[in-house]
Design a protein around this ligand. Structure first.
Ligand code: NAD
Length: 510
């Protein structure tokens, strides 16, 4: 029997790629193919864009009342969170190497996210009068938020379902139509979403889903019928997206990479902070954009922290992600595996010392031990560049000012954390960190109700909350004259010479 096939979802139906091409879906815990995925051509991308354009220009979707759109988002949330929960969990484990524990959390959070976006759609004032601008007898002024149009959503492989939902939720709440291009390394959950969208009765063409390569991504980015790009991925590709989108001046949201600092202050609760640092770094084998990949420790406590870190890391269970007790699974692909091992070799060449880890497991699949580098200087490449694997660098500091300087001293600015028992001191440090999210005594927790995004080269714009919804909307000001009379218009005698003859009765102010 052949492997299960996942097809492209275009204009409301599943179909193979136009040239019949496929790529294998690889299980990162074995390195073996377990499904075939239709591999989109540029022709398929063109069809998807045209379907989304038709659904936007001629379909009911953008004109639908936000309440109706919210109902559909809630129906989708129920399908994910209840009916298909188990299927999505299994897919996320198999396709992305998520541990069972993480996959369950991701599927639950994806359903919850859709509910939050649905509530946002119900509550958001899509049209309102600007009371402070309107002057009765002079003018009425309205602010309308309208969907931006066709959105190309380009997502990475680390959280396949969550990333798809984080784009679809606000885009659909806003009334946009979407071409979703998940990453080839892990796109099964996004492709399965098509089936659920059919079941809830989403009009054809409103969401189109296709797995494709960089060329397909760039085709969408440059396509004149696409109005907005919502991209999550590396900073390097983010730049290419920005360049490609320039010719047609598309709206852009870029959620890119990070090298987030996790700062332990002298007065931290050490047990909690060290466990927090492990969670910050090794959750999903370090493949999180906001991973706390630089641990900043006061020099006075440095040795003590390293001893405890090592003790606790020995308890992290690395292994089969299907095993319910596994804490850390493989990295997603062979390419990522090689990249992380190359960074580990680079760290050693740069003169950093391995405290632990640094090796691949001697078994099939892409498993890398939890790795810690010490004697790291902030300017080393392993302390500046995003590795996106289970590799932590520990950097000592002497003063809080120095810690802040080191924390802010990379091109990134996605997230950071401060661990301290003094809330005021921690807040003071948080205020000085140039990052879009800062946790105090916590890590990774995000909510769709608060904006998320990066400073500097970690991105552009924000997802989530009202800011996130507005990123899929255009603001329109409608001015309605109430003067009624031509001669009372402020422009009447500026560019047009007042008429010589008397004003007709009908134009005289009453
Ligand atoms: P990537 O940048 O290689 O790819 C992301 C997506 O862009 C994929 O769908 C890919 O096929 C597509 N793509 C690649 N080249 C393209 C091009 N030239 N034009 C258009 N599209 C193109 O990233 P990845 O390896 O899939 O994911 C890891 C990266 O994602 C990390 O850098 C990570 O920090 C980042 N990430 C960021 C966030 C965030 O919210 N800030 C979240 C998750 C991941």
């Amino acid at each position: 029997m052949g492997l299960p096939r996942y097809e492209l979802f275009i204009d409301g139906r599943y179909r193979p790629a136009s040239d019949g091409g496929t790529i294998p879906a690889i299980d990162p815990s074995t390195g073996e193919a377990f499904a075939q995925i239709a591999w989109a051509t540029l022709e398929d991308a063109e069809e998807a864009v045209r379907a989304a354009r038709r659904a936007f220009d001629a379909g009911p979707w953008p004109k639908m009342n936000p309440e109706q759109r919210a109902d559909l988002l809630e129906a989708l949330a129920r399908k994910i969170g209840e009916e298909r929960f188990k299927t999505f969990v299994e897919l996320e484990v198999r396709d992305a190497g998520s541990t069972y524990k993480k996959a369950k959390e991701d599927v639950y959070l994806s359903a919850r996210a859709l509910q939050v976006f649905a509530r946002l759609a119900r509550r958001f004032p899509f049209e309102r009068e600007l009371e402070d601008v309107s002057r009765p007898g002079v003018s009425r002024n309205y602010l309308r938020y309208e969907p931006v149009g066709v959105v190309a959503a380009i997502t990475p492989w680390n959280f396949p379902l969550k990333m798809a939902v984080w784009k679809l939720g606000p885009a659909l709440a806003a009334g946009c139509t979407v071409v979703l291009k998940p990453a080839p390394e892990a796109s099964l959950s996004p492709l399965l979403l098509g089936e659920l969208l059919q079941e809830i009765g989403l009009p054809p063409g409103v969401v189109n889903i296709l797995t494709g390569d960089a060329e397909v991504g760039q085709y969408l980015v440059r396509h004149p019928l696409v109005d907005k790009i919502s991209f999550t991925g590396s900073t390097e590709v983010g730049r290419l997206v920005m360049e490609g989108a320039a010719a047609t001046m598309k709206r852009l949201t870029l959620e890119c990479g990070g090298k987030s600092a996790n700062i332990l202050l002298e007065d931290a609760d050490w047990e909690q902070a060290i466990d927090g640092a492990i969670y910050a770094m090794y959750y999903h084998a370090g493949q999180c954009c906001e991973a706390g990949s630089r641990l900043l420790v006061p020099r006075s406590r440095y040795e003590e922290v390293l001893v405890r870190l090592l003790e606790r890391l020995r308890e992290v269970r690395l292994g089969d992600p299907r095993d319910r007790d596994t804490d850390m699974g493989p990295v997603v692909s062979e390419a990522q595996f090689r990249r992380v091992l190359d960074y580990i070799a680079l760290g050693q060449q740069e003169g950093a010392r391995l405290l632990c880890g640094g090796r691949a497991l001697d078994r099939p699949g892409y498993f890398i031990e939890p790795t810690v580098f010490v004697d790291v200087r902030p300017e080393m490449r392993i302390a500046q560049e995003e590795i996106f694997g289970p590799v932590l660098v520990v950097i000592p500091y002497d003063t809080i000012e120095e810690a802040i300087q080191i924390a802010n001293g990379t091109p990134y600015g996605l997230a950071a954390a401060v661990w301290s028992q003094n809330r005021e001191r921690a807040m003071e440090v948080a205020r000085q960190l140039r990052a879009g999210t800062v946790w105090i005594n916590e890590y990774h927790l995000l909510t769709e109700k608060a904006p998320f995004g990066g400073y500097k080269q970690s991105g552009l714009g924000r997802e989530f909350g009202e800011d996130g919804l507005k990123a899929f909307l255009e603001a329109k000001h409608i001015y309605v004259d109430e003067l009624g009379s031509r001669s009372k218009k402020p422009w009447y005698d500026t560019v047009i010479r007042p008429a010589q003859r008397p004003e007709p009765e009908s134009e005289r102010a009453s």
